[in-house]
Design a protein around this ligand. Structure first.
Ligand SMILES: [Zn+2]
Length: 246
């Protein structure tokens, strides 16, 4: 089986209420979260999640300011890591919340994979979720607008050594990415697991579609992998920025 490397790019931050991440824990506490774009290199070049695009709309609809240095602008972060977006073969959106699919347009030659259930839900989500999707139902322009998706139904092998597993719970069509490396299988969890703390203490994401399925999703991801890469945890960058795995 092919062996892959993973590069995590820091593409900015926001400061938000912590219980949005850790359900009913640390209510009233603020936490600074990172917006990560992952790059996988092996027989193909793959991007997992494309971070915040329209930061102004995020501030207006959700009150979440995006804090970004010039080096953290997605294109600058890609170039600094030696990644040519034109040569990316595949983009995987773990789900379609605004902060995970805002720069799909930077990869003009890539297939873009999202779960069919997620694409359908994102157009007319539950009212409580509408702003998180920048949904047309709240008068917004979705962050993924203009993307020609390749819909995925369930689990698939994307390439030799890279697998998508469907893990609904945070959203109806959330998916995680399992990556074979020389040090075992890494799981890129998306918002199924926001922080290492969610996994360590089995705390579901505070912001979720179905809580029981969120718990099943966490267990499935942890049971399918040797190492975890959560979506918004600065500990991913403890080894440096960009952070390279394994
Ligand atoms: Zn999300």
């Amino acid at each position: 089986m092919a062996s892959w490397t993973i590069t995590a790019l820091d593409t900015g931050a926001s400061v938000i209420e912590k219980s949005v991440l850790t359900y009913l824990h640390d209510v009233g506490t603020k936490i600074k979260i990172v917006r990560i774009m992952f790059y996988l290199e092996g027989p193909q070049r793959i991007i997992v999640d494309t971070s915040v695009g329209d930061a102004e709309q995020g501030l207006r609809l959700l009150g979440e300011a995006t804090l970004r240095t010039p080096e953290q602008e997605p294109l600058a972060a890609l170039r600094a890591a030696g990644i040519d977006p034109e040569r990316v073969d595949v983009v995987i959106n773990t789900h379609l919340h605004w902060d995970h699919c805002g720069n799909n347009h930077l990869f003009p030659n890539a297939r873009v994979l999202a779960q069919r259930d997620e694409i359908r839900y994102a157009i007319a989500p539950g009212d409580f979720f509408a702003r998180g999707y920048f949904a047309p139902t709240c008068g917004a322009q979705p962050a993924y607008w203009g993307t020609r998706f390749e819909p995925v139904d369930g689990d698939i092998e994307v390439a030799d050594g890279v697998r998508i597993i469907k893990v609904p719970g945070h959203t109806p069509g959330s998916q995680a990415v399992l990556v074979q490396t020389s040090a075992g299988v890494y799981a890129i969890a998306g918002d199924a697991i926001f922080l290492y703390e969610n996994a360590d203490k089995l705390i579901p994401p505070g912001y979720h579609w179905r809580i029981d399925e969120s718990m099943d999703a966490m267990r499935r991801i942890l049971g399918s992998s040797d190492h975890l890469l959560p979506s918004h945890d600065y500990r991913v960058f403890e080894r440096g920025s960009p952070a390279r795995y394994p």
